[in-house]
Design a protein around this ligand. Structure first.
Ligand SMILES: Cc1cc2nc3c(=O)[nH]c(=O)nc-3n(C[C@H](O)[C@H](O)[C@H](O)COP(=O)(O)OP(=O)(O)OC[C@H]3O[C@@H](n4cnc5c(N)ncnc54)[C@H](O)[C@@H]3O)c2cc1C
Ligand code: SF4
Ligand code: SF4
Length: 442
């Protein structure tokens, strides 16, 4: 295959978008594949991001816009990579663009099709804290701001009923219930995987009550509860009520023992939650039950210190895996082995579990498709030999961001831009080789 200057980037979170923009800025053609209907990744779930407490949407929206408007980037939302064949310098990639049923060209994002839809389902993106229709955008401010129809629940598409209420409501003729998946084949010289990470499945820790006790929250649920564009428009009220919590426990390291590593970002997001809570509910009492305080580097230590003793009580436990959350007399009871070897007990009305970060659930499948190895924890393995290379175990396939292990935004972006630089280097080397070959051949 002649060198075509193209790169595949899988995952349009902050790492994938930043790498894509850098490659596009160097005149590479970027095929950016995102499995969700929107781009932005996990960062757009946060109201604010540590350590500078910047508004996350304000930080990411310009990047999303730039990606969508860049003529060197072809963005495939609601799409998956089905196969990858070939080797370094000449990969052939098959992408399946799932039927969206709504035209990315004709739709203006007015939302007039939502109300008439008779189907309500849980909104997965909002951590099931609110409902959405079968025709939906995952969240307010979605980019692209074009809905998608959930084919499993849509009455017309699942064959339950001849419904076309959304079609009738759309004056822009943007909805086509006969839309079909599209299969696209592209040739690329290199591949970057930036598919991010997920949080530990808290249902595997029944002693912590998540999923059973309504006032126990996962960290992503709490992020959405706090978000101004989230299910409660930023009102901090307990699930299913209009009551704000008065005593809140943040339990660190949920799942740490099971995964066998410290996820490095969870202490910091826990302390971010302290800052949020203290700011919004200054009268509330906040407790952190912790084993270690992981605040590496200058800015993280400073962030932690700046919280001060007034905003939270730090309660050390030598055995975080023995923490239990049960139904208490009024609300919830948290029990934990304390520093003196006794059982500490707290009555609270809200618990936030700072879950470990784990590989995305479908990373194993993607690794199989790409022919790359995962490390012993299930994240993408680097071939690294101490050189800082972000190449995976397969030549020409690179990794960046939290697909490689738990990581904050700053490190994800640094890795993304470094990976883009490494990709450009191998592309210019191979272009040089090709020129030499043609010069010799002529
Ligand atoms: C609760 C919580 C709060 C946090 N708060 C902060 C904070 O305040 N500050 C901070 O610095 N860090 C924070 N972090 C960490 C931050 O979320 C990560 O650093 C950041 O999301 C990493 O970006 P990424 O692009 O690597 O991955 P992601 O943001 O996870 O993006 C990956 C993208 O890839 C897509 N994708 C996944 N699999 C596939 C596939 N097979 N095919 C196509 N697309 C795929 C996903 O849908 C997603 O859009 C927080 C993390 C959590 C869990
Ligand atoms: S599909 Fe039509 S009605 Fe729905 S948001 Fe787009 S333009 Fe508006
Ligand atoms: S066709 Fe489907 S998405 Fe449209 S209104 Fe009916 S059920 Fe909802």
């Amino acid at each position: 295959m002649p060198k075509n200057g193209s790169v595949l980037v899988i995952g349009a979170g902050i790492a994938g978008m930043k790498a894509g923009l850098m490659l596009a800025g160097a005149s590479k053609k970027v095929h950016l594949v995102e499995k969700l209907p929107i781009i932005g990744g996990k960062v757009i779930k946060n109201e604010e991001s540590f350590p500078n407490m910047e508004c996350s949407t304000c930080m990411v929206a310009p990047v999303q816009q730039e990606v969508l408007q860049n003529s060197n980037i072809e963005t495939y939302t609601y799409s998956n990579v089905e196969s990858i064949s070939g080797s370094k310098g000449c990969y052939e990639v098959v992408i399946r663009r799932k039927a969206r049923y709504i035209s990315l060209v004709n739709c203006i994002g007015c939302g007039m099709c939502f109300d008439p839809c008779p189907v309500s389902i849980k909104n997965f993106w909002e951590e099931n804290l609110m409902d959405m229709k079968a025709v939906y955008v995952p969240t307010a401010g979605s980019l692209p701001n074009v809905p998608v129809i959930d084919s499993t629940h849509c009455l017309y598409l699942n064959g339950t009923k001849e419904c076309n209420l959304c079609v009738e409501a759309c004056v822009f003729d943007a909805i086509d219930l006969n839309d079909k998946d599209e299969v696209i084949t592209v040739q690329v010289e290199a591949i970057l995987i930036a598919t991010g990470a997920d949080i530990f499945d808290l249902s595997a820790l029944p002693e912590l009550g998540h999923g059973k006790l309504s006032a126990v929250y996962s960290p992503l649920e709490f992020e959405r509860l706090f978000a101004a564009n989230g299910p409660t428009l930023g009102e901090l009220t307990l699930r299913g009520t209009d009551v704000s919590p008065k005593r809140i426990a943040i339990v660190h390291c949920a799942g740490r023992k099971d995964v066998g590593y410290c996820s490095t970002v969870c202490c910091m997001y826990s302390f971010k939650f302290v800052r949020f809570l203290h700011h919004k509910l200054p009268e509330a009492e906040i407790f952190n039950i912790y084993l270690d305080v992981c605040v590496p580097g200058k800015s993280y230590q400073e962030f932690f210190t700046s919280l001060g003793e007034k905003s939270t009580k730090m309660l050390f436990t030598p055995s975080i895996e023995e923490v239990k959350v049960t139904e208490g007399d009024s609300a919830l009871k948290v029990s934990y082995p304390d520093a003196a070897g006794e059982t500490g007990e707290l009555d609270v009305d809200m618990v936030i579990l700072s879950a470990a970060m784990v590989p995305e659930s479908d990373l194993n499948d993607l690794a199989g498709i790409a022919g790359i190895e995962l490390d012993s924890h299930g994240f993408i393995k680097r071939s690294e030999n101490g050189t800082g290379s972000l190449e995976t175990t397969k030549e020409g396939i690179f990794v960046a961001g939290s697909a490689q292990g738990p990581m904050d935004i700053q490190k994800s972006v640094i890795q993304a831009e470094s990976a883009a630089g490494q990709i450009m280097k191998i592309m210019s080397n191979s272009a040089g080789e090709q020129n030499n070959e043609s010069a010799l051949g002529s």
